[in-house]
Design a binder for this molecule. Structure first.
Ligand SMILES: [Zn+2]
Length: 408
């Protein structure tokens, strides 16, 4: 699991580390006996037994009876999925979603409603109203909630949790963490969408088993969640990953940030609409492409083989390659994962990226660039995983065999 914090195994007591290790082994291998837990963990049997007593007391694991294979019967233990629940919130431009996961992090229920833009207080009230409904739907009592997390498309200042700017939500300097925490009466850390999506991708999606990768949102804007050596990279104030505002043309179109020629003026929903309008002016058959739902209209036309529509997605991919090349040159990642509205025609967009990369990347043009299998779920799944990470001190074996922990 990608770590989102600065706490390392060194900050934890051996007892905490052992407890996390045993809990993870029960979760992964249960039903399992104490003897086998000792064998897998490398701990002594008395240590394992003492930890199991604590975990039984707290309800995190439960005794599910005995097994006897030839020798003495052994009590078996399994992870208790109902021992805790977590709340994940995604504040999107179109919808605000509230979801509940069980102790294992599996989605139990999710509800959403349209987001009212430019009114963050209203959004907080909407979330407060959705909470009891989604809890009822999930069958989870409120007292079982152990952690929460929210994600949104905007700059979140660390460590204050203030949303400094979320242009597409119409938010500016809104203390979103403080307001959500107060309204929900629990701590609600807040992350930006690509950061949370990167965590979800590492745990559940295309980046499983990867320690260094980048998740890029390509939609209303362009932004990246950077994972380097198994941890999210935030930068000084948390503003890392604003790849959309890399300038790729000196006299390009004006950008929402006040400058010109930023990457997202060439590869985003806005850029795609502009390209569709230009194409429709040349060809009356493509007039439909300039209508409000340009992305889905152009994607449908492209997937049906329309050459102009295919060129629009291919060009967006080729422009995006300029930004991806910066990341490859700078970070040397193992993998690039793309998500967002422009993945409506993924194969054509990715072909554009692959054609563009060799022109811009010093090396690494052969690094895999793939579409996120999590799609529009990446944000809320990331929120749920980060909620669990904040609440459960856990410890996992990453693929290279190095012990890594995740902690609040
Ligand atoms: Zn810009």
């Amino acid at each position: 699991m990608v770590r989102a914090n600065d706490k390392t195994a060194n900050n934890r007591t051996p007892r905490e580390l052992n407890r996390s290790l045993v809990l993870d082994l029960v979760q992964e291998h249960g039903p399992i006996s104490r003897t086998n837990l000792a064998r897998l963990s490398g701990l002594t049997k008395p240590t394992v037994s003492a930890i199991i007593e604590e975990l039984l007391d707290s309800g995190s694991v439960r005794d599910v009876g005995t097994e006897s294979r030839g020798g003495r019967p052994a009590r078996l233990l399994e992870f208790n999925d109902d021992s805790a629940a977590f709340l994940g919130i995604e504040i999107g431009v179109e919808q605000t979603a509230v979801a509940v996961a069980d102790a294992r992090g599996r989605l139990r229920a999710r509800l959403e409603q349209p987001t009212v833009l430019r009114d963050p207080h209203r959004t907080v009230r909407d979330i407060v109203e959705l909470l009891p409904k989604v809890l009822q739907l999930s069958g989870v009592p409120r007292k079982r909630l152990r952690g929460a997390c929210a994600v949104l498309p905007g700059l979140i200042e660390r460590p204050s949790g203030v949303c400094v700017l979320a242009p597409n939500l119409g938010w500016e300097r809104f203390p979103v963490r403080a307001e959500l925490s107060r309204a929900l009466r629990m701590q609600v850390p807040v992350y930006n969408l690509p950061q949370a999506a990167a965590v979800a991708e590492g745990e559940l999606g295309a980046a499983r088993g990867h320690a260094s990768y980048v998740w890029i949102y390509v939609g209303l804007g362009v932004g990246a969640g950077l994972v380097a050596d198994g941890r999210l990279f935030f930068g000084m104030q948390g503003y890392s990953g604003e790849i959309g505002h890399c300038r790729v043309a000196d006299d390009g179109p004006p950008c929402g940030c006040g400058r010109r020629g930023c990457l997202e003026t060439f590869a985003s929903v806005m850029a795609l609409r502009r390209a569709a309008e230009a194409a429709s002016a040349r060809s009356p058959q493509l007039a439909a492409l300039a209508r409000p739902h340009a992305v889905s209209a152009v994607a449908s036309a492209a997937l049906a083989g329309d050459e102009s529509a295919r060129a629009i997605f291919h060009d967006a991919g080729a422009q995006l390659a300029r930004g991806i090349a910066v990341l490859l040159n700078l970070l040397n990642p193992q993998l690039i994962v793309l998500g967002g509205e422009l993945l409506a025609a993924p194969d054509i967009l990715l072909a554009g990226v692959r054609d563009g990369l060799p022109r811009h990347a010093v090396r690494g043009a052969d690094v895999p660039v793939v579409a996120s299998p999590l799609g529009s779920e990446a944000g809320v799944l990331g929120a749920l995983l980060l909620a669990r990470e904040g609440a459960v001190r856990s410890l996992r074996l990453v693929p290279d065999g190095v012990l890594q922990d995740i902690a609040p």
